[in-house]
Design a protein around this ligand. Sequence first.
Ligand code: HEC
Length: 111
Amino acid sequence: MNRLLTFFLFLSITFFSHLNAAVYKGQMEFLAECIGCHHKPFLFLETKTKSWWKKEMSEKGKSVAYIHIKSLKAKDSWKYFRSKQYSKKARHLSDFLQEYAKDSGNIPIFD
Ligand code: HEC
């Protein structure tokens, strides 16, 4: 019994720390690449729901990249949104954005 419990504990710890690692990577990316233009991350993240982020950040963040590439105001981000770095990190960004979406009940802590 004890052994089984330990096993489950171990499983959930590895599972959750893996999850958090993805969110954390997304947060680092957000702080490095998005916050320069999207100041006040609380307000910004809170404008969208989880399902919005999930949808818009699917397929390697295609829609969100498109929002920027079609906007002259976002010109400085074009290079980034076309880069491999973005398409690689889109999944982590998506995890992070959903984690702190309007309906997530979570508040991001930026340290
Ligand atoms: C160079 C500045 C810049 C950077 C960097 C940038 N954005 Fe934007 N973003 C904008 C501008 C400007 C708009 C508004 C575009 C428009 O509607 O014309 C925008 C719009 C958006 C929207 C749509 C908002 C809405 O209400 O529909 C989302 C979502 C978004 N950005 C997410 C991100 C994410 C995620 C990152 C980082 C990976 C990022 N942005 C990086 C400038 C930037």
